[in-house]
Design a protein around this ligand. Sequence first.
Ligand code: GLU
Length: 308
Amino acid sequence: MATFPDHLVVGRFAPSPTGALHTGSLVAAVGSYLMAKQGGGRWVLRLDDLDRSRQVPGMADDILRTLESFGLLWDGEVAFQSRHQDDYQHFFELLQQAGSIYPCSCSRKEIARSASAPHPGDEGVRYPGSCRDGKTGAAIRSWRVRAPEAEICFSDLRNGRYCQKLSAVSGDFVIRRGDGEFAYQLAVVVDDYLAGVNQVVRGDDLLSSTPRQIYLQKLLGLPQPDYCHLPLVTGPDGLKLSKRDHLISSQLGNVVGRERSLLFAVLHFLGQNPPAELAECPPAAILEWGATHFQLLHLPAHGGTLGI
Ligand code: GLU
């Protein structure tokens, strides 16, 4: 794995190339960037391209170009999940050797979608553990981690203490599909470890996935990053922003000339009180101001619309 001095923050942004960035992903990108750069840390970029069926050709490139136009320049090489299969296999085998996982023949929507990060509405219901004691039937449709009875708790930098009893919420969860494809929950843990990431800043919709990721870190003996889940951008009706809304894409040509106002609006959204004159400055200067003045305690308790 990548090693950096102990004190250095290594943050990351990990978009999926299933569509263009939108204002919600810009908040996650800017928030993770500012929190990494605040103390002179690194900000790395990974494209979560495991789920080939949901990828849109050209999107990976569009995301990179769009980030560049905002001055959100990453450190080092871009990582691609699709190139980490051997690493996932290695950690999968460790879990197998430890008896932490078992094959399962049950067919569920959750298995089909397991390669993608679950967002609200994707999660489905708790798995009842039907295959736990070896009743797998013929075909292996997934590999599942035995969920512990004890609660998994962690301290989120914005939300505070968060606890989840995995056995009651997700049940035994999928880390690999029967066709060999690895699930998001295992991939993200391995990827963050390999990149030396010690600070994960992302949207609140992934807060409920974090205990599963922490449990995998515990099983594999990997260090646990700090987590900060940011409030979500909603539509004016308070509802979740759909992926089609508020797209920000260099390909669509809708970024040029809007970088300053969008970055300024994101700083506001994150509670950072930028001075009005900053809105006229180039993107790099807005980000620099944000990193220098970033106050964790000013992050808002709730999401809402992005005032643009
Ligand atoms: N690729 C995931 C997504 O776009 C995010 C993964 C993460 O931040 O852990 O939803």
